[in-house]
Design a binder for this molecule. Structure first.
Ligand code: SF4
Length: 463
């Protein structure tokens, strides 16, 4: 292994050693670890390494069952939905797995502010209230431009509503640039490490600013110093051994908690997909099977029970359903991954192949049929319940108090303003059951009251 200069954040040698030295699988130990995880106490690195060895269908099932319980205890049936909004497919980097990489000969697009507004209108017209703004490392897109794009998204108001939260996934910025995004109301700032394995990182990012692995590893320090305490981490599963990636990610999280007192608001679990003009997907020796992605999601749910897990439309509807059960708490729906694609349809090349092609209406209907309550809630961010404050709230199991009411309200808004008859019938029934099951009569009364107010025309009731 080559010398790695950022061992304060995570130590590749230590991660390797942990993987090599993980004790042989033992039923008694397995039961102990699951028991501890079921008490919402998280997992040590050794325990994670041990669970990563789980292999038989029965043991995978036992692991999943505890993850389902933990998810239910903290998040209840809520599922947050959002849409990605791509503002530029220009990129100066050469990530070998990405359709936007600089040497790829595909047509590019950088949206003007008017085009960003049109794209936003199209997303609002679908029923979304939260977007993840995504841009490649476009040399002509400054932090000021990113802030202007965010402001353009927030500025759009249609008779049916507006976007209430803009999260951003862009190149790792410096502190002043993050401050600019904070001024215009960034929600979560996302940046994925892609891979923590140094040699693989260098191989996959041979050119451009992204080839500096340390710069990317330190992005959240700058983000936090700029006053953004809501940040989202992630790796691209399939570039290297997923067991190494999970353990390194956990070391990184532990370091952030030690240094700054907060961990990530979310972890994303994208998996390598085919992309235009690249064969990394076909040639990688580290493909992650569906079963292993479910296992990894369950382990993450147990390891960091209070951190949201985000899933994209890279995965099929059937697999998304499984991942939702074991840990995912947020997912994109009806996504288009080329700039301008919502307003104008296909044009430029998408970043990756989307596997779930359901409309937002279909997603909402199907997740309600599966007993979830889809939510477009943005209440916490506007009330300042972010970062450490949100995590404290989650630890005291208050997600249910705030989030359930907001979920009911925003789903009801969707049903009034956008839903097909079929979806409305399914979701109204689901909401009714959910409210009836509330143990607290005051909460039940409030939910019924809010539903009635929304049916009469009120929107965005603050809580
Ligand atoms: S992954 Fe991001 S940084 Fe890399 S080429 Fe694609 S858009 Fe650019």
């Amino acid at each position: 292994m080559t010398t790695f200069a950022h061992t304060e954040i995570f130590d590749p040698g230590r991660v390797d050693a942990l993987l090599r030295s993980a004790p042989a699988f033992d039923r008694g130990r397995f039961a102990e670890v699951l028991d501890k995880a079921g008490r919402l106490e998280g997992l040590t690195q050794e325990e994670i390494a041990f669970l990563l060895r789980v292999d038989t269908p029965e043991d995978r099932q036992a692991l999943a069952a505890v993850a389902i319980r933990v998810k239910e205890a903290i998040y209840g049936p809520r599922l947050v939905l959002f849409a990605p909004l791509y503002t530029s497919s220009h990129c100066t980097n050469e990530c070998l797995y990405c359709g936007f990489r600089s040497r790829s000969n595909t047509p590019r697009r950088r949206l003007s502010l008017d085009e960003v507004r049109r794209e936003t209108e199209a997303i609002i017209a679908m029923g979304h209230k939260r977007v993840l703004m995504v841009a490649g490392e476009d040399p002509l897109l400054t932090a000021r431009d990113l802030a202007d794009q965010m402001a353009a998204i927030y500025s759009v108001t249609t008779p049916k509503g507006n976007i209430r939260r803009v999260n951003v996934n862009c190149a790792p910025l410096d502190i002043d640039s993050f401050r600019l995004l904070k001024e215009v109301g960034i929600g979560t700032s996302q940046c994925f490490q892609e891979t923590y394995h140094p040699e693989t990182y260098q191989k996959m990012h041979p050119k451009g600013p992204k080839s500096d692995m340390g710069n990317r590893l330190h992005v959240f320090d700058r983000c936090i110093r700029a006053g953004i305490d809501d940040f989202g981490m992630g790796v691209l599963f399939g570039l290297y051994d997923h067991r190494f990636e999970v353990l390194a990610l956990m070391e990184h999280i532990a370091w952030l908690e030690r240094e700054f007192g907060i961990g990530p608001h979310t972890i994303s679990i994208p998996r390598l997909e085919p992309a235009e003009g690249t064969d990394v997907y076909e040639t990688t020796p580290w493909k992650v099977s569906d079963g292993d992605l479910i296992k990894v999601t369950a382990i993450l749910r147990l390891a960091v029970p209070y951190t949201g897990i985000i899933l994209s439309t890279r995965e099929s509807a059937a697999l998304r359903r499984e991942l939702l059960r074991v840990g995912v708490s947020q997912m994109s729906a009806a996504s288009i991954t080329n700039p301008g694609g919502y307003a104008e349809g296909e044009g430029t090349v998408p970043q990756f192949a989307v596997q779930d092609h359901r409309s937002l209406d279909e997603v909402i209907r199907e997740v309600c049929q599966d007993s979830y309550i889809p939510s477009f809630c943005t209440g916490c961010y506007r009330k300042g319940r972010t970062g450490g404050k949100f995590q404290e709230m989650a630890k005291h199991q208050h997600i249910d108090t705030f989030c359930s009411l907001n979920a009911v309200a925003t789903l009801q808004e969707y049903l009034e303003d956008y839903a097909s008859e079929e979806t409305r019938a399914v979701a109204e029934r689901r909401l009714g059951e959910f409210i009836e099951r509330q143990a607290d009569p005051e909460m039940r009364r409030r939910m019924q009251d809010w539903r009635a107010r929304i049916k009469k025309g009120e929107r965005d009731i603050p809580y």
